[in-house]
Design a protein around this ligand. Structure first.
Ligand code: KIV
Length: 289
């Protein structure tokens, strides 16, 4: 079990814990008032490492250790091969690197679907080994019993409906969902089922705008959209997508930077200087006094 904390005397980073307490799950849930309105939208980004968590944390209400780390960090073809061990290791790093946001951790494929009991064993391990406050799991009506089981036993859950990437093999790809009436009705039924089962927030991924509007209107918990329009109670993006670390980004991603180009340029400058023997210079070398 990981009980490490950041040692500020040896850390390369300069984290300045703000004089604010960590947000809590009830505070996130309360953002959506009894009138169904969210006056302060919920800001969520993914984080998989301590350093990224440190940089994002002051700006976010929720940090999600998404199983998208399978593709983003490990270069895997989908989220299917992601393991509980990976989620626990990265989850603990993100908790160490944050002091303000609620940290939620994705339950990886195969760790929760068999039964509520299996889900409880996996989710309790995740919370014990990471110090995170919540888990997220994919699925609608089929997962409602599991969500209720976890919530009743003290495990806060974020639901995830619409385009659910762990179902890529049955969906046949990552296309946005809910283009026809039957699929739209199913997504809304899924959203209501997990919300009624007690999830404190609900990710709506890759759905038509009308579905996002109707789901946000009809569920009591905040909805957090990704490719689901501005009508949700909050938004989430994969951080590396919005930073422009990949050449290909889905339509719903807005690139707020072009880090891939900037990293390439920095590496090329470094390589040129090493080859020209112009790095290191006097400034970077040790000499006896
Ligand atoms: O795994 C992930 O990063 C996610 C978000 C995209 C919602 O589930």
């Amino acid at each position: 079990m990981s009980t490490y904390t950041i040692d500020t005397s040896t850390s390369r980073a300069n984290p300045t814990p703000a004089p604010m307490r960590r947000l809590t799950v009830p505070k996130i849930q309360e953002r959506k008032g009894p009138d169904g309105k969210t006056h302060e939208p919920i800001v969520m980004l993914t984080a998989y490492t301590a350093r990224m968590a440190q940089l994002l944390d002051p700006h976010c209400d929720l940090l999600l250790v998404g199983d998208s780390l399978g593709q983003v960090i490990y270069g895997l073809p989908s989220t299917i091969p992601v393991t509980l061990e990976m989620m626990c290791a990265h989850g603990a790093a993100v908790v160490r690197g944050s002091w303000h946001a609620v940290v939620a951790i994705d339950m990886p494929f195969g760790s929760y679907e068999a039964s509520p009991e299996q889900a409880f064993a996996s989710a309790s391990r995740v919370l014990k080994e990471t110090g995170a406050a919540a888990v997220k799991l994919e699925g609608g009506e089929a997962m409602a019993e599991t969500v209720a089981f976890l919530v009743k036993r003290g495990i806060p859950v974020i639901g995830h409906v619409g385009l659910t990437p762990q179902a890529v093999n049955s969906l046949g790809g990552y296309r946005a969902r809910g283009r026809d009436d039957a699929e739209a009705a199913k997504i809304l039924a899924d959203a209501r089922a997990v919300a009624e089962a007690g999830c404190f927030a609900l990710v709506l991924e890759g759905v038509m705008e009308e579905i996002a509007i109707e789901a946000t209107r009809s569920v009591p918990c905040p909805t957090i959209g990704i490719g689901a329009s501005a009508h949700c109670d909050g938004q989430v993006l994969v951080t590396e997508d919005m930073l422009g670390l990949f050449e290909r980004t889905p339509r719903f991603v807005k690139r707020y930077d072009d880090l891939a180009t900037r990293i390439g340029e920095a590496a090329a400058t470094y390589a040129g200087e090493v080859r020209a023997r112009s790095f290191p210079t006097e400034e970077q070398i040790y000499r006896p006094k």
